[in-house]
Design a protein around this ligand. Structure first.
Ligand SMILES: NC(=O)c1ccc[n+]([C@@H]2O[C@H](COP(=O)([O-])OP(=O)(O)OC[C@H]3O[C@@H](n4cnc5c(N)ncnc54)[C@H](O)[C@@H]3O)[C@@H](O)[C@H]2O)c1
Ligand SMILES: [Zn+2]
Length: 377
């Protein structure tokens, strides 16, 4: 049986005040930059006007870890809010999800409203049943996957993303593209997840470069915000794939931002999934369909799939992103010391389970090596 679930009400362009009407105790989960820069007033302004009490948990760092979640859970259980607002990128939203998840093990949270307000266009976490938490000691990123992690509401306001610096726009934008491509070829994809993924792919392909080059281009920002959310809807239903499994391990070992890790690996994982080297797979046809969608296709399935892979590579170049693990600053010695452990973690990662081509640990080590040295074929 297939199913497609949309659990989150999406408010486009604003609507937070209406959402919070009558809520007298609100916990806000955010990061230090968004608080110190004053951007948090997007949430606190309305609460001040309404005379509501609120607390801000601002200790979320990039790739939230277990100790952050423990501290946030203690604050929630102590403050007993009627609503929790996650305000920030995927890190703040994932931290809020995990805080709610672990709080729910200690008290009934059904009456607590949970709304997410993304300030980056990347993770789609505002509509996904995923949250990624890092264990810094073991150097592992764990995706939690549970319907209980879905926010009740998401506020999509692209004006919030105008201040995102180009390097973060590039990293998060490639994350959107990776979500949509992995959702489209996942073993659990459906016509419904395909529809969301296809639209996300088109929007990201046509708008990411504009958002990167002209940060104040509100139309490009809006399209990327929508693409991010649509890709989140797609993969929340279909799951992801090996690219995310490998990116989680790479990010946890070498502190490479999530989207950048995905972007570096994407051409190499796609080449493996398509069987570009050792015999075409059915996934090559799916990539060729994406090529056709973007008008990149050529006469053969192989060439169409390759054209998509090459286009992704050249887009990353235009976005100023590294195209190999080496270019991301990892030395050969560091890489060699960790590659086997990364492959073990990537194979065990929950995202890898819906990859279209079965893989072994040796396959993954091989792909990491190609992505280190930049050997596509
Ligand atoms: N839950 C999911 O479905 C899902 C999916 C993909 C990734 N993730 C996780 O999300 C995290 C990454 O999230 P992200 O890529 O959004 O990055 P992030 O949340 O770590 O933010 C990146 C940087 O951008 C800054 N920033 C955020 N909004 C800004 C704004 N409006 N203006 C200026 N700066 C701003 C932040 O302060 C931070 O320094 C990773 O931990 C990743 O594993 C989760
Ligand atoms: Zn991602």
């Amino acid at each position: 049986m297939d199913q497609f679930y949309l659990g989150t009400k999406i408010l486009i362009g604003g609507g937070l005040d209406t959402l919070l009407a009558g809520k007298q105790r609100v916990l806000i989960v955010s990061d230090r930059f968004l608080v110190d820069s004053g951007k948090i007033s997007y949430v606190t302004g309305g609460l001040d006007r309404a005379g509501a009490q609120y607390k801000v948990f601002s200790d979320v760092q990039a790739d939230p870890d277990i100790s952050t979640v423990t501290a946030g859970t203690a604050m929630l259980l102590d403050f007993q809010p009627q609503a929790v607002i996650a305000f920030g990128g995927g890190s703040a939203i994932d931290a809020a999800k995990a805080i709610l998840f672990f709080s729910a093990k200690q008290r009934d949270m059904h009456d607590v409203l949970f709304a997410a307000i993304p300030t980056t266009s990347g993770t789609g976490s505002e509509v996904s049943r995923f949250a990624v938490i890092t264990d810094r000691v073991k150097e592992v990123k764990y995706p939690l996957v549970d319907d209980g992690l879905l926010p009740d509401a998401a506020v999509l306001d692209p004006a919030l993303t105008v201040s995102v610096p180009p390097v973060v726009t590039a990293d998060t934008g490639i994350d959107v593209f990776t979500h949509a491509v992995e959702a489209f070829v996942s073993t659990a994809h459906t016509d419904f997840s395909d529809a969301a993924a296809e639209k996300a792919i088109k929007l990201a392909y046509h708008n990411l470069l504009n958002a990167y080059r002209s940060p104040e281009d509100l139309e490009a920002r809006q399209k990327m915000h929508n693409a991010s959310c649509l890709a989140g809807i797609a993969f929340s239903n279909s799951g992801l794939g090996l690219n995310h499994g490998m990116a989680h391990a790479l990010g946890a070992h070498f502190h490479i931002p999530h989207g950048r890790a995905n972007g570096i690996l994407l051409p190499y994982v796609m080449s493996f999934n398509a069987g570009c080297v050792d015999g075409l797979t059915p996934t090559a046809k799916r990539y060729a369909q994406i090529s056709r969608l973007l008008r990149l296709d050529s006469s053969s399935v192989r060439q169409s799939a390759l054209q998509l892979i090459r286009t992704i590579r050249s887009s990353m170049e235009k976005l100023g992103m590294p195209s190999t693990i080496r270019d991301a600053g990892v030395t050969q010695a560091e890489f060699e010391a960790d590659v086997e452990a990364m492959a073990t973690d990537a194979l065990a990662d929950r995202c890898t389970a819906t990859n279209p081509r079965p893989c072994t640990k040796e396959d993954i080590i091989h792909i990491y090596h190609r992505a280190y040295a930049g050997r596509l074929l």
